[in-house]
Ligand binder design. Structure first.
Ligand code: ZN
Ligand code: ZN
Length: 804
């Protein structure tokens, strides 16, 4: 690609430079039109509201000094509810000013009651630091806001506990520091008026379930000190935010969802890179090598094109290494056209210092920098204003984050362009051909499961170590708490006395909120002995096997050795041209069935399963092109996982009647399984890496052809349950994704999987469609959601049922 003209001054997308014109030039680069859909998201005028009557003049004046003349309606509405003592979640778009919604009631209360305190929780330290600056800039007397996290010097901690009335921290610090040391915090907790939970949609899956119990522990301690604080939550736009906020806090929560902030119009294009000509197989096992041009290359070209036009552009890329590849390729293309022009593109690395981030903001604002490639917005921590175009390299996993990223475009109400560049996988391909799944559908609900016994047990142990558990406490922790406590007594962790349950050990229980499936593995730089970070035990075989490329804060390392006995991986810095992808082999047995649907020749089940998996090899793939270099064997032990799975069975007769030859059944099921895993993120807020699958022509526990899809976390994270509840819609989307893919025999866009343990063999694309047609023809549209306390029927072998 050759940029057509040199950038002079960033003129933005003013009159005569509409997003539609820009898009027209981008798509007219020759070859087939890559744009599959263009959606116009109209502009919206803001609806201001008067300041609440209860907001003191001092506070209004402080906001006015910071440029806030009046709140938007949603901010005032949420603030009113919270000030009234109602727990509330405000769930609106990017840059809609959610912070004012909690700052108003919290700060008004601090000004009105000189003893009151506020606790603010953010998922990252960077976000807490940004919020601290925002609150400190208001210069309100007596508030004394302070961050209290792992970086806070010991010498300052006592001062903060005693004197700060607005403490900003994160769930990890609450769990590891504040709650175990609650006695030192008693003065603060005794006066706690508000708990603010920012970006609460990020608390999902197993991590979210842990955080839900950390908040219950906080509520319990507050109650012991005689307080019932009001919870104010802020969320990105999400499906049913009141229910999600209720699940995470355990409280009834009102939702404010109508965004009243102004927004410029956005032209949103869906972009599918072209198929490359078929090439001879690089590997004997994979004979299907038809692939699309990589989304990274396509995004780099688009970034170079927009920068060459003088348009300020931000490219979102899923991995840090990917962001660097995009920036480097765009720079090279620009320098080829006009030497020196490449300097106006940069990659953003997490871990930048505050000064460096401000320098980037300044350079973008003044147009010295026109293009930035970065990972997701949350870790960006940069206040980006004045962007004309956002490129999204690969579907970010949820509609909620898609809108969040697209929402970065548009300066002060001007028209902007957003482009989603599809990666070569089933979900992205489905979405660019089904715009209604993006633009017509509500954003996802946040999935978490506080009843997961693998979360509940350890959290109850933590609670007991903080203060003995009483029978009254059990209701607070919800379903399964009694069983979990009994199990802890049985295991010798708790002692039962007439007054309650007591933690038996001197040391506190060791529970990692973000870790799951075994103790975390330390990543250590061999030459210096420096600890770079930790990886949870469950992922360590995938991410830290010998030869794995491990990324830490944008720096690339290669693993020399994984010592499982010591829980430690030794690495050295190196930036190879490839990424690594581990593969595993899996077997599975059914432990119990929680719920099932008997649909004639088809059965749909939800239940507990035991999964045994072993990481056996890894692929090396060239980063720029995705081309497979080779596959190398690994020698790692097998591991066991008790988790939750959804599975469907078909009778052999129904498969034969649909025209699937017995010899093709394994390939048909395997292809359907891959695509079903790829499409599940459409239904649940999970990543395809959070779930696993297994398919077999006859499974010993079901005695029938079966496809299993399971949560990759001990005890389950709610994903399989969600898949069961939406099975008909989920499998319909899966079927359509396969049928509509333009390839002949299957490709990464439909039935191939990047993490297949069997080298994507056997796979039969046409037979997978037949399998799913049989399932969909029999399965009722609505599946009743499994209820807690339902009796578990014994597994029912599908083959024993009469044929339809
Ligand atoms: Zn395909
Ligand atoms: Zn596979």
């Amino acid at each position: 690609m050759k940029p057509s003209s040199a950038a002079t001054v960033s003129a933005g997308l003013g009159p005569g430079r509409s997003p539609a014109d820009l898009l027209g030039r981008l798509r007219a680069r020759g070859g087939a039109d890559p744009v599959t859909h263009v959606e116009r998201v109209p502009a919206r005028a803001g609806v201001p509201a008067p300041w609440p009557r209860w907001a003191p003049e001092e506070l209004r004046a402080a906001f006015a000094r910071r440029g806030v003349a009046a709140p938007w309606r949603h901010q005032a509405e949420a603030a009113d509810l919270a000030y009234d003592g109602q727990h509330v979640v405000v769930a609106t778009g990017t840059a809609s000013g959610k912070s004012l919604a909690y700052q108003l009631p919290a700060l008004a209360t601090l000004l009105g009651d000189p003893r009151a305190t506020v606790l603010y929780l953010a998922p990252t330290k960077a976000l807490a630091a940004d919020q601290l600056r925002a609150v400190a800039a208001l210069e309100l007397a007596g508030v004394r806001p302070a961050c209290y996290d792992g970086d806070t010097p010991r010498t300052e901690r006592e001062w903060i506990r005693r004197h700060s009335r607005f403490v900003l921290t994160n769930p990890d610090m609450l769990h590891h520091g504040i709650l175990p040391g609650h006695a030192q915090w008693s003065g603060f907790l005794r006066r706690l008026a508000y708990v603010v939970i920012d970006e609460c949609h990020t608390y999902r899956g197993v991590f979210g379930s842990h955080v839900a119990h950390v908040l219950r522990r906080l509520r319990r301690q507050c109650a012991r000190y005689g307080r019932t604080p009001v919870f104010v939550l802020a969320s990105a736009t999400s499906g049913d935010p009141a229910a999600a906020a209720g699940r995470i806090t355990g409280l009834p929560v009102a939702a404010v969802t109508e965004d009243a902030s102004p927004r410029g119009g956005v032209t949103f294009a869906l972009w599918e890179p072209p198929l490359l000509p078929a090439e001879p197989a690089a590997e004997p096992a994979a004979d299907l090598t038809q692939v699309r041009r990589s989304a990274l290359r396509e995004t780099a070209d688009l970034l170079a094109d927009t920068v060459a036009e003088g348009v300020r552009t931000l490219a979102f890329v899923r991995s840090r290494r990917g962001a660097e590849v995009v920036a480097a390729n765009a720079r090279r293309a620009l320098d080829e056209a006009v030497p020196g022009l490449g300097d106006r593109v940069a990659a953003y690395r997490a871990g930048y210092l505050r000064e460096e981030r401000r320098e980037l903001e300044r350079a973008l604002l003044h147009g010295d920098l026109l293009g930035l490639a970065s990972t997701n917005a949350l870790e960006l921590g940069v206040d980006l204003i004045g962007l004309d175009t956002v490129l999204i390299c690969g579907y970010p996993g949820t509609r909620a984050s898609l809108w969040q990223q697209a929402g970065r475009a548009g300066r002060s109400g001007q028209e902007a362009l957003a482009v989603l560049v599809a990666r070569d996988d089933p979900l992205d391909t489905y979405l660019v051909h089904h715009p209604e799944a993006l633009f017509g559908a509500p954003v996802e609900a946040t999935v978490l499961d506080p009843a997961n016994p693998y979360v509940l047990g350890p959290q109850l142990a933590c609670a007991a170590a903080e203060a003995p558990l009483t029978p009254a406490d059990l209701a607070l922790f919800g379903d399964g708490a009694k069983e979990a406590v009994d199990a802890l007594v049985e295991a010798g962790a708790l002692r039962q006395r007439p007054t309650g349950w007591y933690w038996r050990h001197r040391e506190r229980p060791e529970v990692d909120l973000r870790g799951e499936g075994g103790a975390p593995v330390c990543v250590v730089e061999a030459a210096t002995g420096r600890l770079l970070g930790t990886v949870d035990g469950g992922s360590s075989h995938f991410l830290l096997h010998p030869g794995a490329v491990y990324l830490h804060q944008g720096v690339s390392y290669v693993v020399d050795d994984l010592d499982l006995a010591d829980g430690c991986a030794l690495v050295h810095p190196e930036e190879p041209e490839w990424s690594t992808h581990a593969r595993d082999v899996t077997s599975l047995s059914v432990a119990s069935v929680r719920s099932y649907v008997d649909a004639g020749p088809v059965g749909l089940f939800l239940g507990e399963v035991d999964v045994t998996s072993q990481v056996v090899s890894y692929q090396r793939r060239r980063i720029a092109t995705g081309e497979v270099i080779d596959t190398r064997p690994l020698d790692l032990p097998a591991r066991e996982l008790r988790t939750v799975a959804v599975w469907f069975t078909l009778s052999p007769g129904s498969l034969a009647a649909a025209g699937v030859e017995p010899a093709d059944v394994p390939g048909a099921l395997h292809a359907a399984e891959h695509a079903a895993i790829g499409l599940l993120p459409l239904m649940a807020t999970c990543d395809r890496w959070d779930i696993g699958g297994l398919s077999t022509a006859v499974h010993p526990d079901t005695e029938a052809p079966t496809v299993f899809v399971y949560d990759g976390h001990p005890g389950g994270a709610g994903f399989a349950e969600r898949a069961y509840g939406t099975a008909a819609a989920w499998l319909r989307a899966t079927r359509d994704a396969i049928a509509e893919c333009g390839c002949e025999a299957g490709c990464p866009s439909c039935v191939q999987s990047p993490k297949c343990g069997n080298g994507n063999s056997p796979l039969s694309k046409p037979d997978a469609i037949r399998v799913l047609d049989v399932v969909l023809a029999n399965l009722p549209d609505g599946v009743p959601a499994p209820r807690a306390g339902d009796p578990c029927p014994a597994p029912r072998p599908a083959a024993s049922r009469p044929e339809a």
